[in-house]
Design a binder for this molecule. Structure first.
Ligand code: ATP
Ligand code: ZN
Length: 603
């Protein structure tokens, strides 16, 4: 029996004891002396009873002393008066039967309590099973969140491929863990928490293990979803436990997978708050604030939904560093394939570069799975080594699975996405005063986004001019403009861009007073949502006619931005074609690639 189980059984025992004690007190308070009926008659004759209450079964009353003061209460079972008289006449001692109701009373609450407890157990076990947390009697209290400790993970940076930028950033952590005391001496700021952000299967866990492996420190890991317990207080106790253990073996790494499960913004739960999770999160914050970095503890955490994390987690001194672990591009895939191909026997004809070409949209985990699948196919054939043919067949299998999950695009779609993203990038680069384009990619990211263009803000902006907002809209519509220009059709891929552009236009008209005809009037009163939950739009304080005016102005702004984007792209048609071709071949283009593209066209 482990600690948690004892803990929960303890709760149960205390509760039962409490109920028993109450019951006992209640019985005492209402205790009366039970006397035989003949004794009652005797007392009656002696004039020593008073305050008689005659019930249908019992007679109760006070027995008084000769001086008239009450001695105690009594109860006796009512007996048929005729029979009583006859019996008394014969001088026989007799009494009615007074049933002992103690056990009946006891049963009357024990049985419902047991039924209730049974039901409760049943329901929670169901929930626990649903969450895959295992079942069995009392499993609710069983520790699902084992702290896994690996003294030496044996993973090195060489085992993680295709995520060079992330590795570069984590090297610092390794240097620190190797010499925690010496590191701070020169005034370098010591990292406490690093958040690894990226889609599933991109190697976040593997990277964390590699950091531990490179630094030669123990690796403590636990998953955020396992923290969330049924019993209030257990998760928090577990966090305390984890930190205590890790401290004892510092320098060490603590890795929290699925941080979002426990670090979701507070007050955002579906049914009000979630006490348990909140407590656990608070405990984590306390622990993170509480330790001295020179102890040599570093906390790594992984999430694929950083946007839902509680902002408190991201504050300075906590997870204030974020490392992006993205899906690999073609070169990255090749590198990952090489890592995993080392583990199987390959035929001469296998070409990692070719396999990488066949697998756009695959994550590191998908690629590891691919190599394994190919090896299985070869084994089934009874072959000596895994051939290229095995790989192509394995790719087909896995692609079919991934297509269902919307993660792999067909060639035609890829082409559209390439032009679309290039459209965003070119418009952004053509307009003065927009943020420089950091990266363009046609690797699907998360749900919904088929590709992405990242602009790097040069500075924090709090004020934007009308012109800047218009430029921003043009960039947003650049994707659709490019599709329209090249293919002459509109696709559904621009829905999100359109929504964002429209949002900006609407704000310009109704909040910033940027439309000449409507004037400098704020029309919308969008109240901030309560507890971050979006509320119904603010009340309208204007007429139907004004509403129409607003719609017209918004439409004009969006249309204008679209025309601008289209004009820019028409002028740079050559660059658009060249860029899309490059993007299709390489999947991601960085700042340097884009600069080269612009210069080439200018020359
Ligand atoms: N960049 C990579 N290089 C080599 N192998 C990788 C890489 N990414 C993933 N893998 C393989 O996929 C497996 C699963 O990856 P891992 O569990 O680290 O992903 P993750 O990002 O933590 O995923 P999740 O978010 O689902 O927990 C690894 O054990 C490894 O075999
Ligand atoms: Zn777009």
């Amino acid at each position: 029996m482990n600690r948690e189980q004892q803990f929960n059984l303890g709760y149960l025992l205390v509760a039962l004891l409490g109920i028993l004690m109450l019951q006992h007190l209640w019985v005492q308070a209402t205790q009366v002396e039970t006397i035989p009926y003949s004794r009652f008659e005797q007392l009656l004759e002696e004039g020593r009873v008073d305050h008689i209450v005659i019930g249908s079964n019992y007679i109760t009353g006070d027995i008084v002393r000769p001086d008239g003061s009450v001695e105690r209460r009594f109860v006796t079972t009512r007996v048929d008066p005729a029979i009583a008289r006859t019996l008394s006449e014969h001088g026989v001692q007799f009494t009615g039967a007074v049933e002992d109701t103690f056990f009946r009373d006891l049963l009357s609450w024990v049985v419902p309590a047991l039924v209730f407890f049974g039901l409760w157990l049943f329901v929670f076990r169901r929930i626990a099973e649903k969450q895959g947390l295992g079942s069995g009697f009392l499993s609710i209290g069983k520790s699902k969140a084992k702290v896994y400790v690996e003294a030496d993970t044996g993973v090195k940076f060489d085992d993680v491929a295709g995520v060079d930028e992330a590795k570069e950033e984590l090297r610092e952590i390794v240097a620190f863990l190797k010499d925690p005391k010496g590191y701070g001496r020169l005034g370098a700021r010591i990292p406490k928490g690093v958040l690894l952000v990226g889609p599933p299967g991109t190697g976040k866990t593997l990277l964390a293990k590699a950091v531990a492996g490179e630094a030669g420190v123990p690796f403590f890991s636990i998953s955020g979803s396992e923290f969330v317990e049924m019993f209030v207080g257990v998760g928090a106790a577990r966090v305390r436990d984890l930190f205590e253990q890790a401290r004892g073996r510092a320098p060490a790494i603590i890795f929290i997978d699925e941080l979002d499960a426990l670090g979701r913004a507070r007050g955002l739960g579906p049914v009000g708050g979630h006490d348990e999770r909140e407590q656990t999160l608070n405990q984590l914050l306390v622990e993170m604030d509480g330790f001295d970095p020179s102890e040599g503890l570093v906390i790594l955490a992984a999430t694929n939904r950083p946007e839902i994390l509680d902002p408190a987690l991201l504050r300075a001194g906590r997870f204030d560093r974020q490392v992006l672990v993205d899906r690999p591009d073609r070169r990255g895939r090749e590198a990952i394939l090489r890592v995993h191909m080392k583990k199987v026997k390959l035929a001469e004809d296998v070409d990692a570069a070719k396999v990488a070409e066949l697998t756009p949209g695959f994550s590191g985990a998908d690629l590891a799975n691919l190599v394994n699948e190919a090896a299985l196919l070869a084994t089934r054939r009874g072959a000596e080594a895994v051939t290229m043919d095995d790989f192509t067949r394995a790719v087909e299998r896995i692609v079919a699975g991934l297509e269902k999950k919307n993660r792999v695009l067909n060639p035609r779609e890829r082409e559209v996405v390439a032009y679309h993203e290039m459209g965003h990038a070119l418009v952004a680069m053509a307009l003065p005063g927009t943020d420089p384009v950091h990266k363009v990619s046609i690797i699907p990211r998360g749900i919904g986004a088929l590709g992405y263009t990242i602009q790097r803000p040069t500075e924090d902006r709090f004020l934007m001019t009308r012109e800047e907002l218009e430029n921003k809209m043009a960039v947003l519509l650049g994707g659709r403009a490019a599709e329209h220009l090249v293919f002459g059709h509109l696709s559904t891929g621009a829905a999100d861009d359109l929504a964002k552009a429209t949002e900006i236009a609407r704000s310009m008209v109704t909040r910033y007073g940027m439309d000449e005809r409507l004037g400098f009037v704020a029309y919308d009163e969008t109240r901030p949502g309560f507890l971050g939950i979006a509320q119904q739009p603010g009340e309208r304080h204007y007429s139907e006619e004004t509403a129409r005016e607003i719609d017209r102005a918004v439409r004009a702004l969006v249309q204008g931005a679209f025309e601008r984007a289209r004009a820019i792209l028409e002028e740079r048609r050559g660059q658009l074609e060249e860029g899309a071709r490059l993007l299709l071949a390489r999947e991601t283009l960085g700042e340097a690639d884009l600069k080269r593209l612009m210069e080439k066209a200018a020359a």
